[in-house]
Design a protein around this ligand. Sequence first.
Ligand SMILES: [Zn+2]
Length: 99
Amino acid sequence: MIEIFDDRRDKYANDRFQAWRRNNPDGFLLNPKSPTKYQLHSVDCRHLGDSANTRDDYDESLTAKPKDCSLGVEELERWAEERGAAVIGYSHCIEYEAE
Ligand SMILES: [Zn+2]
């Protein structure tokens, strides 16, 4: 199942995203780099800071750019493909080879 956390849809998206990270430590997320390229990260990516952080710990909301989360990389790949986007990697926080 894909969970979407997006400030444009939900003013509590940042807090809900952080809760999802805490509850799904083995999960993954897509961060949009452009409309056709989404970058894959693990939920414990250090660039996102600690999952216990609140909105006040950041200058900008973590979900100012929508975050698409799932427990499965393949599900996220299909999700991106359906939207005409490619998943890019290797990322710094996960071993992933783009096709
Ligand atoms: Zn990362």
